[in-house]
Design a binder for this molecule. Structure first.
Ligand SMILES: [Zn+2]
Length: 310
């Protein structure tokens, strides 16, 4: 590694993976798949940080204590589990407390260094008192609210470019005037009941790179005209990909890369810290999925290489 280039802070825990049957859409091994992919390709450019488990006081800022207790004591009823739609396990419980803290740690490192990337996160469907759509707790809401409550920042932007709208994030954060949610998502994808956040852009089915990037560009301009956040929590979901199992947009691998470059350049060139999370991505080909989730890390490392010469 060039000694003049700062390593990229990435946040990961070896207990992020959890058991999911092969027929399920969620790939329970994607966190270690991605981490191994990154370690192999960037053996000396990463500063790996490990989160501890979220504490109950912080967690109760974004979730109802009764719901937290149900998770902690393995007492979720079938109705709750049906909404989450993942097989319950001790590991799923453990990693749910780790992953939200991982996003908070990513944000705290982004505040120190300008840019940090979580090998996890983006559980944006989880609501205040229940989980939903593969999400147990909401890492983005948890992080934004705790950043504000601990007076680490005054204004947070959650930029959610996962193909699915982060309905849980919007619901939890709507009462905070200092948290701004911006989502660009597919109109006809899950969740079918959309929420109204600060900025919501619903895209038509099967949109391709050019139209998507043009919309993103306009949205970034609109954000810039209205606020200057102290930090951006960026959900870089890769289920916008043309061959994603659950997404219905048609972005190419190169299009996702341009999307991530546009976002990082836009905010980092204004010296606004960016914390990234991986968000959704679904494929039976686990290697392909790890490559797709690694795009945001590739772009972040390229950004550091371009801009971090001392
Ligand atoms: Zn998604």
């Amino acid at each position: 590694m060039n000694p003049n280039i700062e390593p990229l802070s990435i946040i990961y825990h070896s207990h992020y993976d959890f058991p999911v049957p092969k027929i399920h859409s969620f790939v329970g091994s994607k966190f270690s798949d991605l981490f191994n992919n990154l370690q192999k390709r960037y053996p000396s450019s990463l500063n790996v940080l490990t989160p501890s488990s979220a504490n109950l006081n912080n967690l109760s800022q974004s979730h109802h204590i009764d719901y937290i207790n149900k998770i902690e004591q393995d007492k979720l009823t079938k109705d709750y589990l049906r909404l989450i739609n993942l097989p319950w396990s001790e590991r799923l419980r453990e990693r749910s407390f780790l992953e939200i803290e991982g996003t908070f740690l990513t944000a705290k490192h982004a505040l120190k260094t300008g840019l940090a990337c979580h090998v996890g996160g983006g559980t944006h469907h989880a609501h205040f008192d229940h989980g939903f759509g593969f999400c147990v707790f909401n890492d983005l809401a948890y992080t934004a609210i705790n950043l504000i409550n601990q007076k680490l920042v005054k204004k947070v932007l959650i930029l959610d470019l996962d193909v699915h709208q982060g309905d849980g994030t919007i619901d939890i954060c709507n009462k905070y005037s200092s948290i701004y949610t911006c989502s660009i998502h597919s109109e006809s994808n899950f969740p079918y009941e959309k929420k109204q956040g600060w900025i919501d852009v619903s895209l038509a089915l099967a949109i391709e790179d050019d139209e998507y990037l043009e919309t993103l560009n306009q949205t970034l301009t609109s954000i810039q005209e209205q606020i200057t956040p102290d930090i951006v929590l960026y959900d870089a979901g890769v289920d916008v990909f043309s061959n994603d199992k659950l997404g219905n947009l048609k972005l190419s691998f190169e299009g996702i890369k341009k999307r991530d470059q546009l976002v990082l350049d836009h905010f980092r060139n204004k010296n606004i810290p960016v914390a990234t999370v991986i968000g959704g991505g679904y494929s039976k080909d686990h290697g392909e999925l790890a490559d797709r989730h690694s795009i945001i890390f590739d772009v972040a490392l390229e950004y550091l290489k371009k801009n971090n010469f001392n």
